[in-house]
Design a protein around this ligand. Structure first.
Ligand code: ARG
Length: 285
């Protein structure tokens, strides 16, 4: 329970910082194969609706004052809208993804080229990894998921490329197959106060859960039901949290903790197992 006083106190310290995001318009979006439990290739998808919902999200970021860069979509690469998976950047270095499934592997070439022509020092992967789908930066540490997509070996790549601490977290529930559907970074560097996250404890094994509980005692915990509609696949700038509109409890908890929830509808992309964060790669220059 958050008391009114705590709410007022915390609200006063939430501060947004300007972000830079990479996105890819879902021009070729559909569901034609199943590589996660959300995907049902027999069911209809509406590419036009996916584009409209995505355009609203892009406009939301811009109206919050953030930069949005765009990667050209490639015909046939139906999951390319999920730009978070293409790499992970920090200090102007880009670590390029090496996708788990053959259907998505060609995407890496586009991301690599984009990083290279947009001022990043690019670093190739030696092990399977899906970029910001599984890697998150918080308080000087990279939280790194493994278990379904990114390999544990890719965490050594992160250490080599970025030279910072990497905390490996094991995902154990196939519905939460990427770290970014099980955990959100709310305050990455925390302009004031400690770094803060939200997560679903049940998505992690015992050891990872214990590590999260001891490092982030002040976290928002999200229910399994809301995590299953990708509530945790949200994007925070330190104050504004862009989040799935149906995640009512999480939205209330964010507001009580002093954040400003910004609800959006990405129902069409949910059919592929993706949400707000999946379509948004943060660029850290
Ligand atoms: N259909 C895509 C896949 O299974 C969805 C990716 C979602 N991206 C994410 N960052 N969780 O690869």
């Amino acid at each position: 329970m958050t008391t009114l006083l705590e709410t007022t106190a915390s609200a006063s310290v939430r501060r947004a910082t300007k972000r830079s995001y990479l996105m890819c318009r879902p021009d070729h979006f559909t569901v034609a194969y199943a590589i996660n439990p959300f995907m049902h290739p027999g069911e209809p998808t509406d590419t036009g609706l996916a584009i409209r919902q995505w355009e609203i999200l892009k406009g939301t970021y811009r109206s919050l004052g953030h930069d949005v860069d765009l990667l050209d979509p490639v015909p046939g690469l139906i999951d390319m809208v999920f730009a978070a998976n293409g790499g992970f950047t920090l200090n102007n270095r880009a670590f390029v993804a090496s996708f788990t499934y053959s259907q998505r592997q060609a995407e890496a070439l586009s991301f690599q080229a984009w990083f290279g022509t947009n001022g990043f020092e690019t670093h190739a992967a030696t092990a399977v990894n899906e970029g910001e789908g599984d890697f998150a930066f918080v308080g000087g540490v990279i939280l790194a998921g493994h278990g379904f997509r990114s390999s544990l070996a890719s965490h050594d790549d992160l250490r080599r490329v970025f030279g910072c601490e990497v905390l490996s977290l094991r995902l154990v529930d196939e519905r939460f197959y990427h770290l970014d559907v099980a955990l959100t970074v709310l305050d990455s560097e925390a302009t004031e106060g400690p770094a803060r996250i939200a997560y679903l404890p049940g998505a992690f094994d015992d050891e990872s859960r214990a590590a999260l509980a001891s490092r982030f005692p002040d976290s928002i915990l999200v229910s399994e039901a809301e995590a299953a509609i990708l509530a945790l696949n949200s994007v925070s700038d330190g104050r504004n949290v862009v989040v799935a509109q149906d995640a009512h409890d999480y939205i209330n908890d964010l507001a009580a903790a002093g954040y400003t929830p910004v609800p959006v509808d990405l129902s069409e992309l949910l059919k592929s197992g993706g949400g707000v964060k999946c379509v948004t790669q943060e660029l850290r220059r």
